[in-house]
Design a protein around this ligand. Sequence first.
Ligand code: GLY
Length: 281
Amino acid sequence: MASSVSVFGTCTHAVVRDIPDSLAAEALRMGGDEEVNLEKARREHQRYTQVLSSELGLQLLQLPADPALPDCVFVEDTAVVCGDTALLTRPGAPSRRPEVEATKKALEGLNFNVVEMTDEAATLDGGDILFTGKEFFVGLSKRTNQRGAEILADVFKDYAVSKVTVTGTLHLKSFCTMAGPGLIAIGSSEHAQRALQIMQEMSDHRYDKLTLPDDQAANCVYLNIPNKGHVLLHRTAQEFPNSAKVFEKLKDYTLIPVCNTELAKVDGGLTCCSVLLNKRA
Ligand code: GLY
């Protein structure tokens, strides 16, 4: 086991990227045609980045938007970082592949050991990668394939890597994230519960679970912050009142509700908008 991630959720930097105007009309979406209010999307995103920087003290690497890349705000999909190694992905949607370049420069600038996924048979989106602190789960989805999972396993050799078929949503983390050390946040839909069952069957570890009535609310951002301890960014009570009640029962947490109504219309969750890094590792 690598010692570099001994305190799960410890983080010093976050890569984020601004929202291009083109997101409203051109960002990929699985379904629905609800119009994105760009101004509101930017306000919500600004609150997200301010929480990470001003409230939690992370150093932000804020990349400029690229109008040619409508989905570029969703930086999570471009890299998987663990310890001092960053695997640049080969996103499943060809239109998203050029997004990786800006993340590459940012991570190289921070002296990460950057590994590129060059195999043209491989696809992988960071949104399909759940790192529990003990092992990786890789969602096999419309965006991530077996070869992508094999390459990730090869790069992060210290950890077990298990594959989970994802149905009914875009990414594994669309309905499943870590809400704390050993604590899996999971949605209530049949798709989410089936994925959890597969993960439990494949793992040698035992996890607690935090079951949220709403799948989207199960996408939350856990951080361990000096002088604050457990911190969780989660969707608001206005968006998901029943799920908010579940979060409110967490003991010894600083809970930070963050609204994400607009990016959710183009399948973006809270984790999608950052790559979290620990330069103390
Ligand atoms: N709009 C996010 C994605 O489809 O990748």
